[in-house]
Design a protein around this ligand. Sequence first.
Ligand SMILES: C[S@@+](CC[C@H](N)C(=O)[O-])C[C@H]1O[C@@H](n2cnc3c(N)ncnc32)[C@H](O)[C@@H]1O
Length: 321
Amino acid sequence: MLTHAVAAQPSWEFAEDVRAGLTKPQKELLSKYLYDDVGSALFEVISVLPEYGLTRADERVLQRNAYEIVERLPQPVTVAELGSGSGKKTRWLLKALARRQPTAYCPIEISPTALAMCKRELGDIDAISIVGFEREYLDGLAEVAEGRKKDQSLLVLFLGSTIGNFDRPAGLEFLRQIRGILREGDALLLGTDLLKPIPHLLGAYADPLGVTAAFNLNLLGRINRELEADFVLEEFEHVALFNAGARSVEMHLRSKRDQTVTIGAAGFSVRFAAGETIWTESSHKYSKDEVVQMARDTGFACEAQWVDREWPFAESLLVAE
Ligand SMILES: C[S@@+](CC[C@H](N)C(=O)[O-])C[C@H]1O[C@@H](n2cnc3c(N)ncnc32)[C@H](O)[C@@H]1O
């Protein structure tokens, strides 16, 4: 895999984001920082946990419908995947595309570990050439779009319900920004986890093995490692809760006692009261109709949707108008 590698997250930016987030009244840390090498490896484990139905549901949808999805695409097509992770589920689509034509696949990732996993996972598919971009989503997408040949359409993959990490207005704005980079007729395959009973939703983010807790706590470990901080990880605990107003599952890290933490490389200290939380991630949940409306509001038309029945999860094919 050829990789265009520019550190997508310079450490000064990480330090600034940590300072900005931990000095808000509701302390928060951006979820993109969950994915260092440890976090990316832990996410792979989460994706096979019995309680985390999302990844399996998404994979079932892609496996069962890959040929139908590909038949609906113009050709030739270049594929760009936003936040590919290991790219495991993408294999089904790439294999279907490879039967039609040689295809360039461009995973766009802030995590170099995820990009390396993606290369290992998908590097063996004949007629697929992989060019990885170590970039933020939109920077990477703009580069792929600029670099494509004139006759190539673009298929953007945003799988796994990662769109749910944005709140609803920010999600719409993100879709608009994607649309701004695309040409008419280009496509976006968008994965969304659908609303379901709250115990199922919450169980996916609070597994009894504690893998999701480790994934969440690793963010404090990362700040210790990269920004000379002195978080004592045992003094924080993972919390998952359902926010009914936002229709999202939130992950937090709760301070077990009053304490002060110093983040050396960011030049500040922060106090935590016992019980106070740091909000680290939201995963918004949708209805099928809401996705159709989101497409309309952002310059796309929803051409088709495929839904997993076992764990309600939708893949929607949005075409740029
Ligand atoms: C929830 S995981 C999903 C991985 C995979 N798409 C799946 O469906 O299983 C999100 C992935 O997006 C990457 N990511 C998060 N924020 C990003 C950003 N701003 N730009 C590029 N990649 C990002 C992370 O490194 C991570 O691998």
